[in-house]
Design a protein around this ligand. Sequence first.
Ligand code: SAM
Ligand code: SF4
Length: 319
Amino acid sequence: MTDQFGREINYMRLSVTDRCNLRCRYCMPEGVEFLDHSQILRYEEILEIVRAAVELGIVHFKVTGGEPLVRRDCVDFIRRLKQLPGIRTVSLTTNGVLLAPLARELAEAGVDWVNISLDAPGRADYAAVTGFDALNRVLTGMDACEEAGLPFKLNCVLLPDSRDRLIPLARFARERDIDVRFIEMMPIGLGADSPGLAWEEALAVLRREWPDLHSVEERRGNGPARYYVSGALRGCIGAIDAVSHKFCAQCNRVRLTSTGQLKPCLCYSQGADLREVLRTCPEKLTETMRDAIFHKPRAHCFDRSGDITEQKCMSQIGG
Ligand code: SAM
Ligand code: SF4
């Protein structure tokens, strides 16, 4: 469907949990309180919402969290999701820690690709960012994806101390045919107090190593990433620079939190409580969703921190 500004909305991020097995320092506060299970949508409820979303023309779904793979039976849920009529793509965003033993099952469940978050490619650095000495498990997860024929991309949030890590991270795209995407820190949750690194600065560092790195028009996936290529790299380098380059006019997405809030824009707390609708008057589900999506705000206001109304941290929203 199109929203009030004529944008076609065809993509929904589905957060299946607020829990996580890492504590990335810009995402999940120490001592964060987890929601009670009764507040989290059951898988059957999420599938009901997805059926309604398909009716409204949403055909691309990404499963996220918290860490989606910590929720019991997540792969089975993904299999059921992918089998629903009308769905075109199902992808997964994960920190990769639990990926190795599940990669083959995920491929068999029909996952189209996986985004693996990897902010630091060295063991000590990784532990400093995420709070856990788990880099090796992520690397094993990447190998397992390759063996299972499950395509994946790497996502790296640009932190102030990312400069020294950019080349080692981008080398994954030199050695393997995978895309490495750099994401500007968004001022949501702890991200508001975590200064980031602008994509242009990161690009300057990367160009010192690969001077021919240049942008291409080609779109890959369902998101806003812009891509760069170099003759020396097998994969592409991606930039998700929502802060320095507003791409709200092309935004095609909405988000469902694990508690069932349909969020039309990351920046604002506004949204529809679909859990309440599902549990009290399910016949109103599609109309409630249509209304919330239609009223998607024109643009984020990351540049005016006083206007940001979203108070949740990113692990509660799903990124
Ligand atoms: N746990 C999974 C993971 O890490 O991929 C899925 C959820 S996580 C919230 C999704 C993505 O959001 C991750 O790539 C994470 O790095 C990113 N993220 C978290 N906080 C962010 C922020 N303030 N700005 C930009 N990206 C952020
Ligand atoms: Fe967990 Fe992902 Fe947030 Fe890191 S970014 S704390 S892995 S939800």
